[in-house]
Design a protein around this ligand. Structure first.
Ligand code: SAM
Length: 278
């Protein structure tokens, strides 16, 4: 798959799922989204700072940044999804020191340099992560700080792998070939190396293991089907009834080790948060 095609596909997926993503995940500081306040805390943002939030989605990190920098500060959120940007604008309300703009992380450029740049749960979506990181450096003041959150590797995020490991066995092209590997920065060393390669220094990576409960197995599966992007749902819908039943049973088996006596699943969820300086 070429880069342009992947990006276009990703944009249409985010345009479709942004409202559901905001409602179920980003706007609720539960499970992995406990990272939003941790990331902002680690950034040591001062009143009056000029901050950029890359791949801001529906603006949850941007909002917290805005609260920290006060009325003398300024924050801009950029994202390639028009739907996400619309939600971000509505959810944050109008403020003279806050703006949301449609821009690609690999291509943006501003007339000013920022004191700090954040990027939560998106580095792994950029096909050319180095390009995006070098872009961050070019738009960051000398000694300015970046903060990046990513999910851990798939074994450390069984919420994803319990379903995806099995689904990709049944539907080998479920994730189209050429899609960047979404857990490629999921260890401290892979993440650190990538940031070092782009020329940043004073790099620190913290690992957090949050808990996330999707309810009982039936809730987990039902909600997966409800929230999954349309192209993936279509592939699941094409399975014959018998195959679908077998798939579901295999997924259920994967979740047993995380299921408590009362039937509630409780997944551990590793998140890495990196900070570094220009
Ligand atoms: C998992 S969401 C994270 C959103 C937000 N940072 C948060 O923590 O809720 C990933 C976001 O990355 C955006 N994205 C993907 N590729 C991008 C790119 N090349 N440039 C800018 N945004 C991109 C998507 O549109 C989506 O809003």
């Amino acid at each position: 798959m070429n880069k342009t095609k992947y990006k276009q596909g990703n944009i249409s997926i985010w345009n479709e799922i942004a409202p559901r993503y905001h409602k179920r995940w980003a706007s609720i500081n539960d499970g992995p989204f406990q990272s939003t306040s941790k990331l902002v805390q680690l950034m040591d943002l001062q009143k009056g700072y000029n901050v950029l939030d890359i791949a801001c989605g529906t603006g949850v990190v941007t909002k917290k940044i805005n609260e920290k920098i006060g009325s003398d500060g300024n924050v801009i959120g950029i994202d390639t999804s028009t739907t996400a940007i619309k939600i971000a604008k509505k959810w944050n309300g109008f403020k003279t020191n806050l703006d949301f703009v449609i821009m690609d992380a690999e291509r943006f450029s501003f007339g000013v340099k920022f004191d700090a740049i954040t990027c939560q749960y998106a580095l792994f979506f950029f096909p050319d992560a180095q390009k995006a990181l070098k872009n961050m450096r070019n738009n960051l003041k000398k000694y300015g700080k970046i903060g990046i959150s990513v999910h851990g590797t798939k074994e450390k995020v069984p919420f994803f792998s319990s379903i995806l490991d099995t689904v990709t066995e049944f539907i080998p092209d479920y994730i189209p070939s050429g899609t960047p590997d979404l857990d490629r920065f999921g260890t401290k060393s892979t993440l650190k190396n990538e940031i070092e390669k782009a020329g940043f220094s004073s790099i620190f990576v913290k690992s957090y293991v949050f808990k996330y409960s999707p309810g009982k197995f039936e809730d987990y599966w039902k909600n997966y089907l409800r929230y999954v992007a349309k192209p993936l749902k279509e592939k699941l819908d094409q399975l014959k009834n018998e195959t679908r039943k077998e798939l579901k049973e295999n997924i259920r088996r994967n979740t047993l080790q995380y299921t408590k006596r009362n039937g509630i699943i409780e997944f551990p969820w590793e998140v890495l948060i990196l900070t570094a300086k220009n």
